[in-house]
Unconditional design. Structure first.
Lengths: 113, 114
């Protein structure tokens, strides 16, 4: 059974720092891996989607990598800003299902001005 | 509309009451998903529709949960005889494609069962 773990559960950094959020999954047979952002009281916003055949994706200050063999993904945020404060969720789409996302519990990020 | 709309945003129910949660997906979106998110946890898959067909309902916790999308657009998640453990945020998402690609989530419906 696929399980997704995110470390750390919470992170507080000063503005301007580069930071890395970690995601690990137990079964390397995946269809894709996605990173989402969730602001309090709101739904999820899709940040990056990495297909199974890809190694990384970039969008602005965000870069996500995927290493299927080791069951790991990292989300790199460059030059963090207070507006980046949110919960970041990693989700895996299992290889035997192209539609079901299995989420980690998230990393709660606070960027201090 | 421009996004996925869910109603009500907040619902308080007494234990044993029935509730209905509505999701208006983005017009023309083929796929529709329901997820349940407990406090401090990531969302958990409940069910998946492709147009009006419910292709997977394996995540529904019990037979008290029922979802439908009769005309392939609006969807309703119904919970009968609510229990305290049903308290959660229920998230709806839609996609113009089949599968979990390019998802747009709604803001969710927060259900509190007393």
């Amino acid at each position: 059974k696929q399980e997704v773990t995110q470390i750390p559960a919470a992170l507080s950094v000063p503005e301007g720092e580069n930071l890395v959020l970690n995601c690990s999954f137990t079964d390397s047979a995946i269809y894709n891996l996605q990173w989402f952002r969730q602001d309090p009281g709101k739904g999820l916003t899709s940040l990056l989607l990495i297909q199974s055949s890809q190694r990384e994706q970039t969008s602005g200050r965000l870069n996500a990598s995927l290493d299927k063999s080791s069951g790991r993904s990292t989300l790199y945020i460059a030059a963090s800003q207070p507006g980046d404060s949110a919960t970041y969720l990693c989700a895996v789409c299992p290889g035997d299902s192209s539609y079901k996302l299995i989420f980690g519990s998230g990393t709660r990020l606070l960027v201090r001005p | 509309g421009a996004g996925v709309s869910q109603s009500p945003r907040y619902k308080v129910a007494k234990r044993g009451q029935d509730v209905a949660l509505r999701c208006d997906p983005i017009s023309g979106h083929v796929s529709l998903f329901w997820y349940q998110q407990a406090l401090g946890q990531g969302p958990e898959f409940l069910t998946y529709f492709q147009n009006e067909a419910q292709l997977d309902k394996s995540g529904l916790p019990s037979d008290r949960f029922f979802a439908e999308r009769p005309e392939g657009s609006v969807s309703t998640l119904k919970i009968q005889r609510t229990q305290q453990e049903d308290s959660a945020v229920y998230l709806c998402a839609s996609s113009p494609f089949t599968g979990a690609n390019v998802l747009t989530f709604g803001a969710g419906s927060r259900l509190t069962v007393l």
